[in-house]
Structures are given as C-alpha cells and as structure tokens.
Write a protein that binds this ligand. Structure first.
Ligand code: PAF
Length: 280
C-alpha cells in the first residue's frame, strides 16, 4: 500500500495502472474510518484490481459555522485499517493541493440539492460534488463506492455522474449499524453517554416507520407524525427534518408507492446525525 499526497505523482501511477488494463475502485472518505467505510473497501477489493481510498476532510463541504476544524482525524489508525483491508493506494492530499490559490470552479447539482440536508446546509453539496468530481478526474475509477447512510449524497453523485457523462459506475452500499442500531458515523464520537443513548431514537423512529408501512400505512404525513412524536420524547433531540421522498428526485411523497426513502436528520445535543431506510 502506498500513500500519495500529490496529484501529479498519483496521476503518473494511475496512467501505469490503466496501461495494465486494471480496474480501479475508488472509496472516497474523509477519514476517521469505521466499519461502514471498511465495508466499502471490502466491496471494492472484491470487484476491482486496484483499490484507492481517498482520505481528505474537504473544507468546501463545511459551512462557516460547521465542524470542519474539529472533525475527527486519525491518519495513523486509518492507514492501519486500509492496510488490513489490502487497499493498494491511499490518496491523502492537503487542502492546498486540492484547492490551490486561484481555485474558482465548482460543480453544482441543481434541484435535488435544494431539499433535506441541502436546505439546512447551504453549499454543502456543491462542496461534495466538486471534490468528488475532482477525485474522479484524478483517480479515473471504473467503480466508485458510497454509503447509503448519506442517501441524498448518493443521489447527488449519481445525478452528477449521469449528467456530466462521467465514465464511472456508482455503487451504493447498505448502511452499517452499531449492535444497537445506531448508524455508523465518524460524528458519533461527539456524543456523550447520555446523548449516545438518546441518539437511538433515530433508528427507533425508522423502525417504527417500517412497522407502520408493513401494517399497510401509506400516508406519509401519518408516519412522519408518529416518528416525530417518538423522537421528541428525547430531550436532547431536535429534529431538522423527517421526510419520505422518492429515491431519485428526492421529492416528498404524500402517499408511499414504489421505492421510498424515509430520511431523518436530528440534532442530538450539538451533533447533527442523519439516517434513512428504504421502503419498497
Ligand atoms: O461521505 C463523505 O465522507 C464525503 O462527503 C465525501 C464523499 C468523501 C466527499 O468529501
């Protein structure tokens, strides 16, 4: 496994790999890796010949009042974990390598970035789309892997790749959860013990949605009401949104038909957590 910090040295390597006709799998991450990321790396290892993991806390996707500075980082442990999963290449650039002086070009996916997390985090998806487009250009992957936990992000990246004819297949892998159901996230480390317990209301509310759906409930308003009641029983929980949307255009569904994503963003204390389930 080799760590690359500069775009130019990685570009040379990528040209070699391409000449050899090897398939490249890219797992873009912001580091502080957990089992969710590991599942993506394992998937890439199975599917492709050369697995690249990017580790880059992307300043462009954080708002001015967000947690860019305190976002958890542990490069040493990340490298150990990648080595264990037999990744071939780590791309870990500095911010000035990705955004040198004079940088002025951004990718903005419209419409589907206006709702859900896009509404409460203006500019977030512009930062995500821009960095992911850059990572695609730098690493030229055949397949890129993302987690379903960031359901809107997955939809945005699919849209971008399709609209801009990017020659990459996007694979979205299932959410990996702690034993008690909390979706794995690098931000879980912010939770104190009381908040960690209360954070479970997020998964419980999604399970409630699944139960109501299984019993035949199709009225989104009713399901959202019941989920919100459950979450609001926790004094540390502050709902950003509870929504039921279609999985591609992310439009609110009044009545559930076809594939629907039940998606939730809740602040537990100061920590904003997201989670979702797909109802079929
Ligand atoms: O999901 C993430 O960790 C980030 O948004 C991503 C895709 C690596 C872009 O910075």
């Amino acid at each position: 496994m080799k760590v690359y910090r500069s775009i130019s040295s990685l570009t040379k390597k990528i040209q070699e790999i391409k000449k050899q006709g090897k398939a490249i799998g890219l797992v873009p991450t912001m580091g502080f890796l957990h089992e969710g990321h590991m599942s993506l790396i394992r998937r890439a290892r199975k599917d492709t010949d050369c697995v690249i993991v990017s580790i880059f806390v992307n300043p462009a996707q954080f708002g001015p009042k967000e947690d860019f500075r305190k976002y958890p980082r542990d490069m040493k442990k990340d490298l150990e974990l990648c080595e264990k999963e037999a990744a071939d290449i780590i791309f870990a650039p500095e911010a000035r390598e990705m955004y040198p002086e004079g940088f002025a070009t951004y990718v903005k996916v419209e419409r589907i970035t206006d709702t859900l997390c896009g509404a409460s985090r203006p500019g977030h998806f512009r930062g995500v789309a821009t960095v992911v487009a850059k990572l695609f250009n730098i690493t030229m992957p055949d397949i890129a892997y993302f987690g379903q936990k960031d359901g809107q992000q997955a939809a945005v990246i699919r849209r971008m790749a399709k609209d801009l004819d990017m020659p990459v297949k996007i694979k979205v892998e299932p959410i990996v959860r702690e034993k008690d159901g909390l979706a794995m996230s690098s931000r879980n480390v912010y939770l104190n013990p009381e908040e960690r317990v209360q954070a479970l209301c997020i998964y419980k509310s999604l399970k409630l949605a699944q139960r109501l759906f299984n019993k035949g409930e199709r009225d989104s308003k009713e399901i959202i009401k019941r989920m919100s009641q459950l979450i609001n029983e926790n004094r540390k929980a502050d709902i950003d949104y509870v929504s039921i949307v279609d999985t591609e255009e992310l439009r609110d569904m009044k009545r559930i038909s076809g594939q629907a994503m039940v998606t939730v963003a809740v602040r537990i204390g100061n920590t904003r957590l997201i989670d979702n389930i797909i109802l079929n």
